[in-house]
Design a protein around this ligand. Sequence first.
Ligand SMILES: [Zn+2]
Length: 316
Amino acid sequence: MSITLFSHADCEFHNMGDMHPEAPERLGQIRDQLIASGMDRFVAYDQAPLADIEQLKITHTPEYIDYLVEQDLRLAVRAEQGEEIPSVQLDPDTLMMQHSFKAALRAAGAGIAAVDEVFDTPNNRAFCAVRPPGHHALKDAAMGFCILGNVAIAAHHALNNRGLERVAIVDFDVHHGNGTENIVEGDERIRLYSSYQGNFYPFPDKDAARPNVIHTPLAAGTEGEAFREAVSAWLPDIDAFAPQLIIISAGFDAHIEDPLAQLRLRESDYNWITTELVALANKHSGGRIVSMLEGGYNLGALGRSVVAHIKALVEN
Ligand SMILES: [Zn+2]
């Protein structure tokens, strides 16, 4: 089996500075490791299209999208006037530069194209190697390196434009997918499963009642075995929900080598969780899985983890 990988060079022009961990080199590392591991033989590469501005206003507030469009125009004017690197601070961790909005449109567009790909072609698996990531982006604001809610936008596309009734989103990034939660909570067509390091950014309230969002906080220092045991609780729930599509918020910053957090997962853990999700997709959703890159900041660990993830997506 093969997998379609959506990406675009525009995603590498978004650069928040040499010291920022969410760096353009992350995507190059993924490409290199796919080639080095031989996995690229199973990958069909495709260009991520730009998302349609009006479509984004289904997931985000129209005011927020209009604000981004306006900032993008202003940044272009400032650059034309000779300002060296014009930027606007969207939140304490997130900068928008001249090329950032285009990168964000590619990232969101990748998810939309990936949904269409898994329905319209024999490839029922797609991976989006894109940035900026999306799972912290709120309905009406950027947050935590994220500008647009890529995964939520893909889910809305599947539900509103492809006629689906049930979509499961699985988020195993080390940070809780609070932006995705903000967008999908209360929407019974979607179930969001999120594992994350507890007492850690973005500091979610795990006890707040949200019938369609499952929180799985893990203590700092959690190893792969305990991670597997904790997230195994999701599997019968996903089975009962019988999703017609599984979307993965694939962050790899819970890896033991990641500098931003303190969980201790390894490549084999990413391979394991992906294999479990593939089994559920094969049972309920014609094998269809759309996976979108979120975090992962140790370049080597990120590249190897994506290879382990993609290996499970193509082998099962
Ligand atoms: Zn993260």
